[in-house]
Design a protein around this ligand. Structure first.
Ligand SMILES: [Zn+2]
Length: 163
């Protein structure tokens, strides 16, 4: 077992790794913890700051660029795609939460393609018109034939699901 004083923080003055915490207090309304530490070798005192950080979910774009998962951005895309449609914002919030949760359960990184398809998969069950509009942007549909093909697929599935 590690001794109670062990902190793993290196002394900034003599580089010794055995430093102990002599005081801890929260700052920034609880988001930051300031710790006063003392080096057991040189006995100099210094402060460290700890910030609470949510494990970030990274989306890897087709270009290879990595960016944090952005629910707001998806939300804007969904709102644009559902203009004039009878949809509830709460449905989109649930959709985005569901996608984020599934992404997190898949690991730390997901591709932007995966995110797009996960959104589409859920959106199809909320509103078909919004789905087609979102898909047209997402999949970069080239012409009307693409829309017709997707629309036929939806009708086919709806037909299969009908009682
Ligand atoms: Zn020291």
């Amino acid at each position: 077992m590690l001794p109670a004083s062990f902190s793993g923080v290196q002394c900034p003055i003599c580089r010794a790794t055995d430093t102990r915490v002599i005081d801890s207090r929260s700052a920034d309304g609880g988001e930051t913890i300031r710790r006063r530490r003392e080096c057991t070798s040189c006995e100099r005192r210094f402060n460290t700051f700890e910030r609470v950080e949510e494990a970030s979910l990274v989306v890897v774009k087709r270009s290879g660029l990595r960016e944090p998962f952005d629910g707001e951005k998806i939300s804007r895309g969904l709102i644009a795609a559902s203009k004039g449609r009878p949809v509830e914002l709460a449905d989109f919030e649930r959709l985005i939460c569901g996608v984020e949760e599934e992404a997190r359960s898949n690991g730390a990184d997901v591709t932007s393609e995966w995110v797009g398809l996960a959104v589409l998969d859920r959106l199809r069950h909320i509103d078909e018109v919004s789905y087609l509009r979102f898909a047209s942007v997402y999949k970069s549909f080239n012409d009307i034939a693409d829309f017709e093909r997707e629309a036929r697929l939806i009708k086919l599935e709806a037909g299969l699901q009908a009682p």
